[in-house]
Design a protein around this ligand. Sequence first.
Ligand SMILES: [Zn+2]
Length: 213
Amino acid sequence: MAPIGASRITILTFVLAVSAVCAGQTPADHHVSADPAQRLFRASPFAHGYIHGYEAGFSMGTEDVQMGRGAQEVRKSAEYQSASEGYAAAFGSRESFRAGFRAGLAIGYRDAFSGKEFRALGELRRLATGVEGEAAVDRLYDGGFFAGYRAARQEAADQCQKAAAGRERFCSGFLDGYQLGESDAGAVTTARERSAAAPILLPRPGGRSAPRR
Ligand SMILES: [Zn+2]
């Protein structure tokens, strides 16, 4: 009897341990717990998603260069489709995180493929020095950050030419997002100039079709 009882306890302990892990206990995320830009990552799920996407895109780009492959259409990758790698509910809006992830993935890939440095973290840490307020998700700031990023990338109109009362947090985020978007727009231009003779968006060898642009 004793051995059976002991093994039952062992199995029970194991099941409980697995349940605890599966119950959604988020593994520590160094961006929000240890990085110098943690205030920004906590305030803005877009910025947090962006760095996750940038890291993923940069490693994809590095790998393609090392393997001597042509540039892939990042938007067709599984990473871009999911855009949730590393996401946890505590980070705030999943949609905002995913939007940031996709923007970061495309830029990170492009930076690596065109031989640039891993520059996103430096940019974000610089922006984070100006982030004020609670070190918690700030939906207004985050919405502004996303809008500002899109405006700088010329995907949306400028929404903060004059900061109205009650829009301060939004516009604070807008200006920070705008700076990141401007920096990325500059990087894209540089990459296009560098690759004018040899476009970087080539289909993969053996790819079925040319990428849409
Ligand atoms: Zn993170």
